[in-house]
Design a protein around this ligand. Structure first.
Ligand SMILES: [Zn+2]
Length: 302
């Protein structure tokens, strides 16, 4: 009888643990940090690797610092920045190097010190999503990417030079197979992709300007490429000094059938932008954040 009671007690404890894990998975990094200070058992739950697989700094809420809601946030607000770093120091100790996906906050102005600080504490990173604004030196990017030598996927934004990222990729991250560009995709970008990410399988250049020759280059050169998302991309090239735009139908004259089959484009207004584009909640930065956050290639969305 005693044995039965004991077994039942253990299963209730296990159930309690599982329920709390499910609840904590809904919390952001600040809330998990606070929850870990409640008691020993909550602290243990807050160290569960499941909670730290994805560190999403775009989801923040706190009374301790101003939550960034505009681009360039905290550029001059050192108090908020220091408070977040203090919080992250504690949180990343709880994570115990179990973070495999890191999403920076879209609005925070990212600089060298923060990038290096987080990179040193997330050495097992597989997916990186850069923020919208910031200023990074080549040296800082190099140090960070050296820490992230098992990186497989990056969302690249305008806040860092493509040449700078690819210089580091060529040295440390030969396992990249997913890329997303959120600003522009030109001839130089395509050359870097072809040269330094030969194992690329998925590429998203949705909702941005895409040079026709750049698109042809990657489709013709990368043998392992499976999908290129060009939903609402502005395909263009300079012809006799003038800008010429191309529709998806025009691409038939420039690409072979196997290459065309790899293209993902808006079909009958069923893409995410057509479905979500008029959501007033997203204004005024909805367009940029939509490009950054959403993607028809599910592994590149966050
Ligand atoms: Zn569409």
């Amino acid at each position: 009888m005693k044995k039965n009671n004991s077994a039942s007690r253990i299963s209730i404890q296990d159930l309690f643990y599982d329920i709390l894990i499910r609840i904590f998975l809904k919390l952001n990094v600040v809330e998990i940090s606070v929850a870990s200070m409640v008691c020993k058992s909550w602290n243990e739950i807050c160290r569960n690797p499941l909670l730290w697989a994805k560190l999403d700094l775009s989801r923040l809420s706190s009374n301790a610092f101003n939550i960034p809601l505009l681009p360039d946030a905290w550029r001059g607000d050192l108090v908020s920045k220091c408070k977040l770093i203090t919080c992250l120091k504690y949180a990343l100790r709880l994570s115990n190097y179990n973070t495999s996906c890191l999403v920076f906050n879209f609005f925070i102005y990212l600089q060298d010190a923060e990038l290096i600080f987080i990179a040193k504490r997330t050495p097992n990173l597989k997916r990186l999503v850069l923020p919208f604004t910031g200023k990074l030196s080549n040296n800082a990017v190099d140090i960070a990417m050296k820490s992230w030598d098992s990186l497989e996927s990056i969302t690249i934004t305008a806040m860092v030079k493509t040449s700078c990222i690819f210089s580091a990729i060529s040295k440390y991250c030969m396992t990249i197979y997913e890329l997303k560009f959120t600003n522009y995709f030109g001839i130089n970008d395509a050359d870097l992709v072809v040269q330094y990410t030969p194992n690329l399988k998925l590429l998203s250049v949705r909702n941005i300007m895409v040079n026709l020759r750049a698109l042809c280059n990657i489709l013709n050169s990368l043998e392992k490429l499976e999908v290129v998302n060009i939903c609402h991309g502005f395909i263009w090239d300079r012809v006799e000094g003038a800008v010429k735009a191309y529709t998806v139908r025009d691409l038939r004259n420039h690409l072979s059938l196997p290459c065309l089959r790899k293209l993902m484009f808006c079909n009958r207004r069923r893409c995410l932008r057509c479905i979500n584009g008029n959501d007033p909640v997203r204004i005024p930065f909805g367009v940029f954040e939509d490009i950054w956050r959403e993607d028809e290639i599910s592994s590149l969305a966050h």
